[in-house]
Design a protein around this ligand. Sequence first.
Ligand code: ZN
Ligand code: ZN
Length: 151
Amino acid sequence: MPKTTEQTLRRALEANGQRFTEQRAAVFRFLASTDVHPTAEQVFSTVREELPGISLATVYKSLETLVGCGLALKLTFGDDSARYDGRTEPHHHARCVSCGAVQDVMDDIEPPEVEGLGQTVDGFQITGYRLELSGYCPQCARGRKAAVGPR
Ligand SMILES: [Zn+2]
Ligand SMILES: [Zn+2]
């Protein structure tokens, strides 16, 4: 991995009292290289190609450590298993209701209602919000059109 990425990882781990390990580095590297928002199982199947000895339990623990150090985000969707995101700056997600794919929403969507909320709502101090859009990913949208067929 590029030296700066490794330094970022080392520094963040050490700042949180965690050791730098090859397993954590491999998990971090994969998360930083993909935007598919993989599940722990998907991380496992990729990382084990590089580190055949790694276990799913170690991948889980590594993911949780990265999340705890602010190096990754854990996304949970009510009905689904958790997904992990190497992109930690605030951004929104769109989830496909057909295949479950999760993708980043690059457009700067700021619903006016949320912007107008101000600092405290019903006594609750607001520090941020997440928007989850749902619909059909490009692939599934194409499939739906094909299923409808030409008129
Ligand atoms: Zn889809
Ligand atoms: Zn994301």
